[in-house]
Write a protein that binds this ligand. Structure first.
Ligand code: ZN
Length: 314
């Protein structure tokens, strides 16, 4: 599938990276010429964190178009070229299969955010393990990729990214370190608000459209049941749906959560069957015009307000 030209571009980029790291300057690398590193991110939270940490020393773009579902990313030939010529690809192993291949090709120019996020298997926060076992399309070793919904894990990724950018651009060390510290401060403030806001909820179980909120639930002492699996394309069976509907009734759940980027039909069916309402809880896999905020922090605060109302938190 890869063209010789793409491979050539990738090897040029690696050479440029090696030269930069050695402090020799990189002639022929456009980004280096105007002093910016080019960073390509897999999807929105990685793009946002990279932009915060890199500041004006990097030019960052996201491979997932605005409004597209991030799990199902497909790379155009242009995307492949962008990955091949970037100084750094920031991606998440196992989250976007199309990008795992490109990352393998990019070699040392690819940086897996999951390494710093301390990922765990998908069943970590489940009240009812049978739901995950039933619908788990990735086998029993499936790792939950959705680390950014725990702000403290995103802060850890920001710190690690500062170190990786410093390897590529040692002159920026102080900038990257300072930016990562500022990012960490913002994320820790958010975390404190969420700890406080979700401390006393009448209902502890979240029923969400897909299995995206395991890390959030784990962090804030909630259980989560995803109607679909770790990927929105892992749709539930009729028996699975009936079981979740029963669970909604049994646990006194008042709200079933839909998402901005996934068809709400299945979640709406569960809510209707169980006689409860729906609200949008955003897994922040991408922003759209309908997002409840303009960046990660704003959408997380909107999520907090949604959860406080939907879970009856005092
Ligand atoms: Zn997801």
């Amino acid at each position: 599938m890869r063209t010789p030209a793409a491979r050539w571009t990738a090897s040029l980029a690696l050479t440029a990276t090696a030269l930069l790291a050695a402090g020799c300057g990189a002639e022929g690398d456009d980004a280096a010429a105007d002093g910016e590193l080019t960073v390509v991110a897999g999807f929105y939270p990685l793009e946002w964190a990279a932009a915060r940490v890199g500041g004006n020393r990097i030019a960052v773009t996201s491979l997932t178009p605005s409004g597209a579902e991030a799990h199902d990313l497909e790379l155009t030939p242009r995307d492949v070229g962008a990955v091949g010529s970037a100084d750094l690809l920031v991606y998440l192993e196992g989250f976007q299969p199309a990008l795992d291949e490109a990352a393998a090709e990019a070699g040392d120019a690819a940086w897996d955010a999951g390494q710093a996020a301390d990922l765990v298997e998908g069943e970590h926060a489940h009240g009812d393990e049978e739901h995950a076992d039933e619908e788990d399309g990735h086998g029993d070793e499936a790792v939950d990729p959705h680390f950014w919904l725990d702000p403290t894990r995103l802060a850890a990724v920001g710190d690690a990214l500062a170190e990786r950018l410093t390897e590529l651009d040692p002159d920026g060390a102080a900038t990257y370190e300072g930016n990562a510290a500022a990012l960490r401060a913002d994320l820790e403030a958010l975390d404190a608000e969420m700890q406080e806001g979700l401390a006393g909820c009448a209902v502890d179980t979240l029923v969400t459209s897909h299995e995206a909120f395991g890390y959030l639930a784990e962090r804030y002492g909630l259980d989560v049941v995803g109607i679909s699996g770790l990927s929105p394309s892992q749709e539930p069976s009729a028996a699975g749906l009936a079981e979740i509907t029963g669970l909604v009734r049994d646990r006194g759940i008042t709200t079933v959560y839909t998402e901005t980027l996934v068809d709400p039909a299945v979640a709406e069916t569960v809510a209707e069957e169980a006689g409860v309402r729906t609200a949008v809880l955003d897994p922040i896999e991408g922003l759209t015009d309908e997002s409840a905020g303009e960046d990660y922090l704003q959408v997380m605060r909107a999520n907090l307000a949604t959860l406080q109302e939907g879970q009856g938190c005092s």
